[in-house]
Ligand binder design. Structure first.
Ligand SMILES: CC(C)(COP(=O)(O)OP(=O)(O)OC[C@H]1O[C@@H](n2cnc3c(N)ncnc32)[C@H](O)[C@@H]1OP(=O)(O)O)[C@@H](O)C(=O)NCCC(=O)NCCS
Length: 178
C-alpha cells in the first residue's frame, strides 16, 4: 500500500469521513494549508479508482510534525536522563481511517507507515520519542495496544509517547547507535 503526500489537485478531501468531525475538518480544510505553511506533512492512502471528476478519495491519512516536550511530563526514571530544556520529539499530529474501512486493519497499517516515516527522518535528525494526543478514549486504547505509554494530559487530551528505542527494535538499529 503506497502512502503519498497530500495534493489538493489530486485528492478529494471533501468526501473523507472518519466519524470524528475534528479530524474530518483537518483533512478537508487545514492539512494542505499547514503543509504550505511548512508546519506539518500529511501522507495519505488514496482510493484506487478515481471519482467522476478525476480526483481520488482518501482511505486513510497521517500527519506528522516536529515537536518538543518537557522532561517533567515523562516518567521520573526517564526524565532523570534528560536535560531541563525542551526535549525534541516527533508528533503524530493526526491520523484517521475513512469509516468505510474501520476494523479492516487499515488503522494498524497507517500507524506503521507513520512510524516508518518518522524512523526514516530520525536517521537524519534524532528525537527522543513519538508523541500523540488522543481525541477520545478509543484512540487512546488503539495506541496503547501498540506500546505507547502515558505522558500527561494537555488541553484535556491524553498524551502518549513511544520511545525512539522502541522504533529501533521494530525497524532496525540504524540511526540510534552511539
Ligand atoms: C482509531 C482508528 C484509526 C482505527 O482504525 P481501524 O482501521 O478501525 O483499526 P484496525 O482495523 O487497524 O485495528 C487495529 C487494532 O486496533 C483495534 N482497534 C480498532 N479500533 C479500536 C478502538 N476504537 N478501540 C480500541 N481498539 C481498537 C482493533 O481491534 C485491532 O486490534 P487487533 O489487531 O488485535 O484485532 C479509526 O477508528 C479512526 O480513524 N477513528 C476516528 C479517528 C480517530 O479517533 N483517530 C485517532 C486520533 S487521536
Amino acid at each position: 500500500m503506497e502512502f503519498v503526500e497530500l495534493s489538493k489537485s489530486v485528492h478529494d478531501r471533501s468526501s473523507f469521513d472518519c466519524g470524528e468531525p475534528e479530524l474530518d475538518r483537518f483533512i478537508r480544510f487545514y492539512a494542505a494549508k499547514h503543509m504550505k505553511a511548512g508546519i506539518s506533512t500529511t501522507m495519505l492512502l488514496p482510493d484506487s479508482v478515481p471519482l467522476p471528476d478525476g480526483k481520488y478519495s482518501v482511505r486513510a491519512f497521517y500527519t506528522i510534525a516536529p515537536g518538543s516536550i518537557s522532561r517533567k511530563t515523562l516518567p521520573a526514571e526517564l526524565a532523570a536522563k534528560l536535560p531541563y530544556y525542551p526535549v525534541p520529539v516527533y508528533l503524530l499530529a493526526q491520523m484517521a481511517v475513512h469509516k468505510k474501512y474501520h476494523n479492516t486493519g487499515l488503522g494498524k497499517i497507517t500507524l506503521i507507515k507513520a512510524l516508518e516515516h518518522i524512523w526514516a527522518v530520525n536517521a537524519h535528525m534524532r528525537a527522543y520519542a513519538v508523541t500523540v494526543y488522543c481525541l477520545n478514549r478509543q484512540a487512546e486504547q488503539f495506541y496503547l495496544k501498540y506500546g505507547f505509554e502515558y505522558l500527561h494530559k494537555h488541553d484535556g487530551r491524553t498524551g502518549l509517547f513511544l520511545p525512539m528505542n522502541t522504533l529501533a527494535q521494530l525497524f532496525g538499529h540504524t540511526g540510534t547507535e552511539n
